[in-house]
Design a protein around this ligand. Structure first.
Ligand code: IPE
Ligand code: IPE
Ligand code: MG
Length: 262
């Protein structure tokens, strides 16, 4: 049973070094949009006898490294799941720590993100976050609004079902005030009402930490996304892991329900 389960995950190739991986990647076929469920911080810390908070802090380091690599590679969009609509169920002190860490990350990293041309964006029910994170996000988004490099979407108080619900409400308003007609509603129009309006769907979803589920992330957008799962915990997720994921993605055959003529 265990063997069967581990078979679903990607084997870590210990021999792959960064340079070899970089050379193997086809730069003309990079995923335009990569989504990551940044999971495993708590377990990473607990296994080391440390409080979960230190796992979250170590996870921020991984975020920094991966944002930088995506930016260097020329990936267009990176969406990172940082706090879900379900994460409010956690103890109050863990939630507060995560909110403080977000503010600290945005304040410390803003200049560097800006100089790398990264555009910071937030997706989720941002209006329900505490004031400080909202202010820090606003400042980061305003400062980087004109940047044309990597679009970094931070998914915060994000839920796929909440996003679809919000889109349905917005569509109902548009119908009500006659900006939209029922016969005009199609998949493209629905996508325009999501938080990710105007962005391509992710071609690659990465979930570290060995859990094998979506956890309410990008339910609409992941319809045909390639999944890459690893047992590596997010704080241990390094540049080589992202390169392995991209390389693996480039070797896959994407059929979208059709067949590929050989
Ligand atoms: C992901 O790590 C961070 C957030 C959900 C905010 P976790 O805190 O879920 O770590 P595990 O899954 O308990 O190890
Ligand atoms: C998903 O991780 C949310 C984030 C990484 C922000 P969780 O740790 O909350 O997911 P579950 O509870 O294991 O499904
Ligand atoms: Mg988790």
């Amino acid at each position: 049973m265990f063997e069967k389960l581990t078979g679903m995950f990607n084997k870590q190739k210990g021999t792959d070094d960064e340079k070899t991986l970089l050379q193997s990647i086809d730069r003309s076929r990079l995923p335009q949009h990569i989504a990551i469920i940044m999971d495993g911080n708590g377990r990473w810390a607990q296994r080391r006898g440390m409080p979960r908070s230190l796992g979250h802090r170590a996870g921020v380091e991984s975020l920094r490294n991966i944002v930088k690599l995506c930016s260097e590679l020329g990936v267009k969009v990176l969406t990172c799941y940082a706090f879900s609509t379900e994460n409010w169920k956690r103890p109050q002190d863990e939630v507060s720590y995560l909110m403080d860490l977000l503010v600290e990350y945005l304040q410390k990293e803003l200049d560097e993100l800006h100089s790398e041309g990264v555009r910071v964006n937030a997706i989720g029910r941002i209006g329900e976050l505490p004031n400080q994170p909202q202010e820090a996000l606003k400042a980061a988004m305003e400062k980087t609004a004109g940047n044309t490099g990597l679009l970094l979407n931070l998914a915060l108080n994000y839920g796929g079902r909440a996003e679809i619900t919000d889109a349905v409400i917005k569509i109902a308003h548009s119908l009500n005030n006659k900006q939209l007609k029922i016969e005009e509603i199609n998949e493209k129009v629905i996508a325009q009402y999501l938080y990710t309006s105007g962005m391509p769907d992710p071609e690659l979803l990465i979930r570290p930490s060995g859990d094998f589920r979506i956890s309410n992330f990008l339910l609409w957008q992941l319809a045909y996304t390639e999944f890459w799962l690893t047992h590596v915990m997010w704080p241990d997720f390094k540049r080589i892991h992202l390169l392995q994921a991209i390389l693996d993605y480039q070797r896959r055959e994407r059929r979208f329900g059709g067949i590929i003529k050989k």
